[in-house]
Ligand binder design. Structure first.
Ligand SMILES: [Zn+2]
Length: 228
């Protein structure tokens, strides 16, 4: 059985929910006892979401969805890793979700820590935390180099967050044949979006295999710098 939604229709459903959330008109769908009972035999989520663990990015709330709607994987800074790839592959291969949403956000503490960690005199972080956020450091160095800065204070954290989001989507495609094949076959789309804390809007930054806001180019930036 193939999933009833196309990648574009799945993203449309998520965008509709996010617009309701932004407008303070949520419907809180699929959160009652009937829905809970419907789901006991099986789940057919609209999408899988891989996002930062930040408490302000509560996935079902910001996309106005409910039980059984999202297969959610999160860690601090949405950093790729074996367990992340495996979980997303499960969603694609077994649950046949048509969409992966990678969700970053502004004012991310993990991005901030990675930027601060590039300083020569940076205080050492606890080893597990450093191991997690180290993959964000190349994005910080790239932004510093491209903007001609020399110190941590010269690094624009929001640009680093967007660069890290692009890297994450690219790494996901490169690290999983199941995912890259599903995209190539048109069964799966990926949207890298940046969540804006103040407005509550999930703004698409990079898309792969999906038409988002009129753009349908693999790896194309929908909004440069993901803002304004
Ligand atoms: Zn974060």
């Amino acid at each position: 059985m193939t999933h009833p939604l196309t990648p574009s229709a799945a993203w449309q459903q998520m965008q509709d929910g996010n617009r309701r959330f932004v407008a303070d008109e949520p419907q809180h769908p699929n959160q009652n006892v009937a829905r809970r009972k419907d789901l006991t035999a099986a789940q057919h989520p609209v999408a899988t979401l891989f996002g930062c663990a930040d408490s302000r990015l509560a996935a079902e709330i910001i996309f106005d969805l409910g039980l059984g709607d999202l297969f959610v994987v999160r860690n601090a800074g949405q950093v790729m890793g074996e367990s992340i790839v495996a979980s997303l592959e499960y969603a694609v291969a077994v649950l046949e979700v048509p969409l992966i949403v990678v969700l970053a956000h502004d004012s991310c503490g993990a991005v901030r820590a990675a930027i601060d960690g590039t300083a020569i005199d940076a205080a050492p972080l606890p080893p597990h935390i450093w191991k997690l956020i180290a993959p964000i450091v190349p994005a910080a160095r790239k932004v510093l180099a491209e903007n001609g800065g020399t110190t941590v204070a010269d690094i624009d954290a929001e640009l680093v967050g967007i660069e890290h989001l692009r890297n994450t989507v690219r790494d996901l495609l490169q690290s999983s044949e199941i995912i890259s094949n599903a995209v190539a076959e048109g069964r799966l789309g990926i949207v890298g979006a940046n969540y804006r804390l103040a407005e509550g809007a999930a703004v698409p930054v990079i898309t792969v295999g999906i038409d988002a806001d009129g753009v349908n180019n693999e790896g194309t930036d929908v909004t440069k710098e993901g803002s304004e």
